[in-house]
Design a protein around this ligand. Structure first.
Ligand code: NAD
Length: 456
């Protein structure tokens, strides 16, 4: 089916008003779960083909999050879709005020490759829950998962409601020439700018879920072993190809040596590399990224790891030490299994340095001294973060997930996601039984006095 035909069908479907029927939407959400469940083995196989990723990790980082979001959406949908009564100000008395949620309309969702299912399907089913139609364009880089999503969605849903368009730059550029009522993009800051510019031509609202270098502070009173354990899990999950992974460590000089040893011990404990092909360790998605990452490993800075298996696109978990903000690994988001460690002696100075970098998607602080923790949290701007853990905050659907500045705009997950795809109409209903004279001509000093009393 041609792109223009899909877009025509989606406009027509939305105009029919079907998506406004909450019972219809709930049925579609139930169906999405059934379709995913029925195709789980194909879904697992596709991600194995793209990443070499285990069923366990695919469930915990992809399908589990999708099922959980579906549960939340279904539980709250009737409430979220209904009008809310709001208090009325004196100037409009007597009257009743309402907020009426309505879907934005025809939406376009563009996904990234690193968690190909949840980064595409989660915003898509949130958009559907809010009563929109969806064209989903997954990343072409995770090609097996893109194919599977197109297959299972396009076979099971009317293309006027929900359709997957596969493709890369050419297809996305073509899609972006059309008018949508909302564009939701996940990907790099560079492409985020392209999407934002295309959206601006039609004044289309956007949510941009972008990346960045997420700092991780390890204060001098952080318990070293548990801190290392949590950081190693968060950093090397998906081989570091996680937008909210700790990008680099800032550790107090007094514990640097013990902390580096603890990180290495934890890697050995969590990943068994005695056999050359490690179980449950994810591949780098393609040669371009593999080579980009390999070039960041400066041999004389390697504290642990550094080995590569080029045949399988595998880079073993690597820790770099004696790193400064000037090193090449500190220039852009790493997005791979390389963890640079920078030591500091003056916390204020290091906060100042991070403050001068683009606002990151996440920030993590490990430690106990509340004053130091507050200093970091209150001085830095970032999308979201954690104290004494990493990454896991995004699983809490009560917390909006999104970036700020160069790491993005807007947010989703739970109610925040519903709101991202909803317009709230403001409405006041007046009665006829009373007509205050104050605003009407002829203007009189006593009328102004009353109005001043109301407003001031
Ligand atoms: P990307 O920007 O290269 O691609 C994202 C999407 O844009 C893909 O669907 C791709 O086909 C499309 N695209 C690529 N070039 C385009 C162009 N010139 N014009 C139009 N469309 C184009 O990003 P990626 O490599 O898929 O993902 C990695 C980046 O995404 C990292 O920076 C990461 O931090 C970020 N990310 C952010 C989040 C988040 O939730 N904030 C989640 C995952 C990834």
């Amino acid at each position: 089916m041609s792109l223009s035909e899909i877009i025509r069908q989606q406009k027509q479907f939305y105009q029919s008003g079907k998506t406004r029927d909450v019972t219809y939407t709930l049925k579609q959400l139930t169906k999405i779960k059934q379709v995913i469940k029925a195709n789980e083995s194909l879904i697992y196989d596709a991600i194995m083909a793209d990443f070499g990723k285990s069923v366990f990790e695919t469930y915990t980082t992809e399908l589990g999050l999708i099922y959980h979001e579906l549960k939340i959406l279904k539980r709250h949908l009737k409430k979220w879709r209904s009008s809310k009564k709001i208090s009325t100000d004196l100037a409009n008395w007597p009257g009743k005020s309402y907020l009426i949620p309505e879907p934005l309309g025809n939406t376009l969702i563009i996904g990234a490759w690193n968690y190909p299912y949840q980064l595409s399907l989660l915003p898509a089913l949130t958009a559907l829950a809010a009563g929109n139609t969806v064209i989903l364009k997954p990343s072409e880089i995770a090609r097996h998962t893109s194919r599977i999503m197109a297959q299972i969605i396009n076979q099971n849903f009317p293309s006027g409601l929900f359709h997957v368009v596969e493709g890369g730059v050419i297809e996305t550029t073509e899609l972006l020439k059309n008018h949508f009522d909302k564009i939701f993009f996940t990907g790099s800051t560079h492409v985020g700018r392209i999407v934002y510019q295309a959206a601006a031509k039609n004044l289309t609202p956007v949510t941009l879920e972008l990346g960045g270098k997420s700092p991780t502070f390890v204060l001098k009173d952080a318990p070293i072993n548990i801190t290392a354990k949590r950081i190693v899990w968060a950093k090397f999950l998906n081989a570091g190809q996680t937008c909210v992974a700790p990008d680099y460590i800032l550790v107090d000089k007094s514990i640097e040596s013990d902390f580096l040893k603890a990180l290495s011990r934890e890697i050995e404990r969590q990943y068994n590399f005695k056999a050359n092909l490690p179980e449950n360790y994810v591949r780098i998605i393609n040669k371009t990224n593999f080579e980009r990452l390999h070039a960041l490993i400066e041999p004389k800075k390697v504290y642990y790891g550094g080995q590569i298996l080029p045949e399988q696109n595998i880079i073993k978990p690597t820790i770099l030490h004696s790193i400064s903000f000037e090193d090449s690994v500190m220039k852009d988001e790493i997005f791979g299994p390389i963890l640079p460690v920078i030591s500091y002696t003056d916390l204020n100075q290091v906060i100042h340095q991070v403050k001068n970098m683009p606002k990151p998607l996440a920030c993590y602080v490990y430690g106990k001294n509340q004053k130091d923790i507050d200093k970091i949290i209150n001085n830095l701007s970032f999308g979201g973060g954690m104290i004494n853990d990493s990454v896991m905050y995004l699983t809490n659907p009560n917390l909006p997930f999104g970036g700020v500045g160069f790491s993005g705009m807007g947010s989703y997950h739970g109610k925040a996601g519903f709101d991202a795809f909803t317009h709230y109409k403001s409405l006041i209903k007046k009665t006829f039984w009373f007509e205050p004279p104050f605003k009407y001509l002829p203007y009189k000093p006593w009328k102004l006095k009353i109005l001043k009393w109301i407003f001031e």
